[in-house]
Design a protein around this ligand. Sequence first.
Ligand SMILES: Cc1cc2nc3c(=O)[nH]c(=O)nc-3n(C[C@H](O)[C@H](O)[C@H](O)COP(=O)(O)O)c2cc1C
Length: 370
Amino acid sequence: MMSAPISLRTNAATLPAPIRPGQPITALAPMQDVTDLAFMRVIAEIGAPDYFFTEFFRVHAQSRLEKHILCSIDENTTGRPVFAQLIGEDLLHIERSARELLRHPVAGVDLNLGCPAPKVYKKNVGGGLLRDPDHVDAILGLMRAAIPGLFTVKMRIGFEDTRNFDRILDSVKRHGVDLLTVHGRTVKEMYRSEVHYDWIAHAVQRVTCPVLANGNVTSPEAAIRILETTGARGVMIGRHAIRNPWIFRQCRERFAGLDVSTVTLAEVRAYIDRLYRATADPDVPERAHVNKMKKYLNFVGQSVDAAGAFLHDMRRTQTEAELFAVCDRHLLEQPTRAFSPEPYPGIIARPNCETPSAESDGCSLDTVTA
Ligand SMILES: Cc1cc2nc3c(=O)[nH]c(=O)nc-3n(C[C@H](O)[C@H](O)[C@H](O)COP(=O)(O)O)c2cc1C
């Protein structure tokens, strides 16, 4: 068993127990335009993570908590806690938004110190804040004072290098942050570089709160390897949970020393069907909904076949009928064939779009690859 015996700091609130007490924590990463209520419900039906995080609430002088994100908190029926994530830099409005969030059934409030989209970091929010450790310190102090319950932070290891990492980790420690997630890349490294697990291990040593390791946790085997390398309390998984929503259940099996259950292509077909129905909106035309589905399926397709034939055909569909015909052809002709636990080598989710463009206002499915 991989549980790391790190004692929790003695703040008023303690972290929610994982589904299997004593096991490492698993969390679904916050993902803009992905981790909405519908997606969280689909994941929970297949095999919930221990914790959910919302996509970020933008905070600025005119901001109001976005209703569609609030839904994922107020109507959470997953049975698992949801942390609400904020992104911003203005002290007054961060405090206001944090207090507003506390009127909702949040497990805690999380600060985004990692979004790498140029339009975001140029405003000195998200990953941009990593250039200004004094300001991060002020935000952490203010949020800690405003949040009597769980206050969590999700950060990258730096902006273009790790020069400010220790100062920010020391602020995390000083202000009694309850849980720190570290995505082991700099902002400039975006999403496709190697992940620096040694820097996550460094964070684990430097802070007193539990740390979740994030970045390329592709499978239960990878989770075990990363937990061993970093000493982290758990793992946060993003893109590979879109690809393989069974990953949280499989991690629990692996952490318990059991065989990891195999997923068949027929089960993948059922997942796609469920996701299509869960994310359908009567106000969104069929073509637009199919296009949205393609963005999830870009990840799923990495494990369907080694040649990328499913991805090739799926990307050319325009209607629901075409999309499901492609799914039937690739997933139901050999329904008991195994869905690969790891992505097939060289199969990239979005081959033409490695980095978010300057116009992108966040981390969106339009711009992020795997
Ligand atoms: C489509 C997409 C949207 C994202 N949106 C957010 C976000 O709103 N907040 C955040 O902290 N990170 C966001 N991220 C980053 C992920 O939470 C995570 O740190 C990153 O994808 C690395 O983990 P992975 O390799 O498991 O995907 C986003 C990532 C993707 C792919």
